[in-house]
Design a protein around this ligand. Structure first.
Ligand SMILES: NC(=O)C1=CN([C@@H]2O[C@H](COP(=O)(O)OP(=O)(O)OC[C@H]3O[C@@H](n4cnc5c(N)ncnc54)[C@H](O)[C@@H]3O)[C@@H](O)[C@H]2O)C=CC1
Ligand SMILES: NCC(=O)COP(=O)(O)O
Length: 345
């Protein structure tokens, strides 16, 4: 995996919801560092709670507190480097406390700042409990939109998930299903598809990306009798993409878009709503699916799963998706660094 090692800078891994599985999968990823060639990371979390968690699980994970991420790669082989972010109240696993919301956000904010200062190679986020943050007044639907805000971007970035040989991007993200039709627009689909094509080339090395654009309605609307979004919104978006030379096809009926034969014909699917994208992705590859935010000035990935409160603190959560997210972040960061140095297309 040497090809995905960023040049000397560690990845910045956030705390996520402290009552969730983030802490234990971070510890588990460190324990697997040699067997799974995990790229060096620094964890922005509370060292005391990590030590208590490791102790309660009976895991031998030496922690080393660092003030500067530059120390992390040299230490990573023998101890887990932690950049301290103090929890405000003690953790009860499975029971998020909004009082820790500021610590959750501090961890994200500082990880982003480290990346923007060039002191970390990429941000990898542990899952947040969105409802707990909303209770503190957090006004963004999730990381994706909050990270765009931190980057000073007015436009929503694009949520891409990759796993099991499939890549999906979302034309609408975290909104109620009943609001999806009204939220779809030709301009919005064109924006997401254009950013996807650019991201696939820049960050995934796909020279000429092929995009499939999913329909919204059964049978792609059955010529308008099962819905008119395909005719009025999605087909014009596909035509606009083709007009500027993007290899896009659609609107394609979503029920026949994810079998192996169909998957061989595209590099990513532009999906109209959250579950249209995430059900096939997580069915094909829940274990190692990765969420990547396209269109940010820094690299951000995360595991495809959430906080898994029901199993938090038990040590049974799989760290595979987090480890895949660490590898993907390192690979994209290395690609961007090589391009800056003039070494990659
Ligand atoms: N990037 C992020 O911050 C994300 C945050 N979330 C948040 O997580 C919270 C819970 O969401 P849910 O829909 O319940 O999804 P979830 O992924 O937390 O849990 C769904 C099911 O998968 C299991 N699971 C999840 N991760 C696992 C792992 N690593 N190993 C073994 N089993 C695992 C859980 O035990 C549960 O049975 C919500 O607040 C949601 O917003 C969800 C997805 C991503
Ligand atoms: N279901 C995917 C998800 O919730 C990811 O959200 P984000 O926090 O990465 O924006």
């Amino acid at each position: 995996m040497s090809g995905d090692r960023p040049s000397g800078r560690p990845l910045a891994l956030t705390m996520g919801e402290p009552a969730g599985i983030g802490g234990e999968i971070a510890l588990a990823a460190w324990r697997d560092r040699a067997d799974r060639a995990v790229p060096p990371f620094v964890l922005l979390d509370d060292p005391a709670r990590l030590a208590a968690l490791a102790g309660s699980l009976g895991w031998d994970v030496p922690l080393v507190t660092v003030a500067d991420p530059a120390e992390a790669p040299g230490l990573f082989g023998s101890a887990l480097p932690v950049l301290p972010v103090a929890l405000r109240v003690p953790v009860r696993y499975g029971q998020p406390d909004p009082a820790n919301g500021p610590a959750v956000l501090e961890s994200i904010d500082r990880a982003v700042a480290l990346c923007r200062e060039g002191r970390a190679a990429a941000v990898v986020t542990n899952p947040i409990q969105k409802s707990a943050l909303y209770a503190t007044g957090f006004r963004w639907p999730g990381h994706t939109e909050y990270l765009a805000h931190l980057a000073g971007q007015a436009e929503e970035p694009v949520m891409l998930l990759e796993g099991g040989g499939l890549r999906v991007v979302l034309a609408t993200i975290h909104i109620p299903l009943k609001d999806v039709p009204a939220a779809l627009s030709t301009a919005g689909i064109v924006r997401v598809a254009t950013a996807t094509a650019a991201g696939l080339t820049a960050d995934f090395g796909v020279a000429r990306p092929r995009l499939a654009v999913a329909a919204l309605n059964p049978h792609a609307g059955e010529s308008g009798s099962l819905g008119r979004e395909e005719i009025e919104i999605i087909a014009p978006a596909v035509a606009a993409l083709q007009a500027v030379g993007i290899d896009a096809a659609g609107p394609l009926p979503a029920d026949t878009l994810f079998h192996p034969g169909a998957r061989s014909r595209y590099d990513a699917v532009v999906c109209m709503y959250h579950d249209q994208a995430l059900i096939p992705l997580k069915t094909l590859d829940f274990e190692t699916g990765v969420n990547v935010t396209l269109g940010l000035p820094f690299v951000r990935t995360s595991p495809d799963h959430g906080t898994a409160l029901g199993i938090a603190g038990t040590g049974t959560a799989s760290a595979s998706s987090l480890i895949a997210a660490l590898h993907t972040a390192a690979r994209i960061a290395a690609r961007r660094a090589a391009r800056q140095d003039g070494g990659a297309p």
